[in-house]
Write a protein that binds this ligand. Structure first.
Ligand code: G3P
Length: 217
């Protein structure tokens, strides 16, 4: 399973990339606004820190402008993936950009039929928003399972990118449901390493080791 960071904090992304376990990064207009920095500068820094796919979102509402924006974004770095909305215009842009060899991430997916349409449009990634479905009282993880079944039924190669992740359990359940990737805020990426029993076990081992008076080096 690929693990992406959902962030525009390029310094934190660079730090976490040192683990070797950051496979890509996703951004969106809200995260760019949160950074209070020019989109192009942020994306250049992220693309320099992480060699995998970096999603940059086009913001127009009509397909010709989405396509034009996608072409501009794509020029920022070779690993840019153009993020497009799951609308009719967004999927028209997806088809056109895919035909030009541009990688795409179709975002704001809330149903399996939307995911089917994105796959038919040639999307490289589909981003179902698990947390926002849960927030609305629905079952976000059920959507991941449904998309997995639909894509497997027809051999679609569009990668399922579990997004809008709220906690570590979402990552575990996405992996169990067969999502290809998950994008998490940095705090959740850090939490993926953590378990209270690991901490307690390590403290006990360290105490016992110290009592031996030995040294490995
Ligand atoms: O990748 C999409 C993600 O950023 C949306 O997350 O927390 O705004 O629902 P959220």
């Amino acid at each position: 399973m690929l693990l992406f960071l959902d962030s525009t904090d390029s310094a934190e992304i660079a730090t976490l990339a040192e683990t070797g376990l950051v496979d890509g990064v996703t951004t969106n207009p809200s995260l760019i606004a949160k950074s209070k920095r020019p989109m192009r500068d942020v994306l250049k820094e992220i693309c320099a820190a992480v060699s995998g796919p970096i999603s940059a979102e086009a913001v127009a509402s009509d397909s010709p402008t989405l396509i034009a924006e996608g072409r501009v974004l794509r020029e920022i770095a070779p690993n840019i993936v153009v993020k497009l909305p799951l609308t009719m215009e967004g999927l028209k842009a997806c088809r056109a950009l895919t035909a030009d060899g541009v990688q795409t991430n179709v975002t704001l997916c809330f149903s399996a039929v939307q995911a089917l349409m994105a796959a038919k449009a040639g999307a490289t990634f589909i981003s179902p928003f698990i947390g926002r479905l849960d927030d609305a009282g629905q079952d976000g993880m059920a959507l991941i399972r449904e998309i997995r079944a639909v894509y497997d039924n027809y051999g679609f190669t569009t990668k399922i990118l579990a997004a809008s992740i709220r906690h570590v359990g979402h990552v575990k359940d996405s992996a169990l449901a067969g999502a290809d990737c998950a994008t998490t805020p940095p705090a959740i990426f850090r939490a993926l390493y953590q378990n209270a029993l690991t901490d307690a076990g390590l403290a006990a081992f360290n105490k016992d080791w110290a009592s031996t008076g030995q040294s490995i080096l």
